[in-house]
Design a protein around this ligand. Structure first.
Ligand code: DQA
Length: 148
């Protein structure tokens, strides 16, 4: 069974309440249930971690090196300026997919640039919570291809 770590960054604990017109009405727990079920249906084990703090996110990425096959990450606002999270993903050397609920290219200028994108396999942006399903599916495919 493939093991995937799903990481939610800052303010994503507020999903459902936080700017619902942009980020949707589902709570983080509701999203997590759906993504976990989808992973299980696709024979992958999903662990989930959320933190508002950069250091805790970096610790989780480093720790994933001990057990995970790949990562799905929504780094929240750290997307736009955290070289430390970028370096942690680059050092990890596992495939990672970046997810954004909103379309970061259709919003404020500062959101258009991701410092994370250069060190991940790909990015899903603007598909709401379903973007996590796309990311998990894509990651499983990438991992299967690499096994062959
Ligand atoms: C986000 C987009 C970021 O710009 C923002 O800071 C977030 C959420 C998204 O999922 O659309 O916190 O990553």
């Amino acid at each position: 069974m493939m093991k995937i770590l799903l990481i939610h960054g800052p303010n994503l604990n507020l999903l459902g309440k936080r700017e619902p017109g942009i980020y949707g009405l589902k709570s983080l727990d509701e999203v997590n249930v759906q993504v976990k079920r989808f992973a299980e249906e696709n024979e992958a084990e999903l662990k989930i971690f959320q933190s508002n703090s950069e250091g805790a996110l970096i610790d989780a990425i480093q720790d994933a090196g001990e057990w995970a096959d790949g990562i799905v990450i929504n780094p929240g606002a750290y997307t736009h300026y955290s070289y430390a999270i970028r370096d942690a993903l680059a050092a990890l050397g596992l495939p990672a997919i970046e997810v954004h609920l909103s379309n970061i290219f259709a919003r404020e200028d500062f959101r258009r640039h991701s410092v994370i994108s250069a060190v991940v396999e790909g990015t899903v942006t603007g598909l709401g919570w379903r973007g996590y399903l796309c990311a998990v599916e894509g990651l499983i495919g990438i991992l299967q291809d690499r096994k062959q």
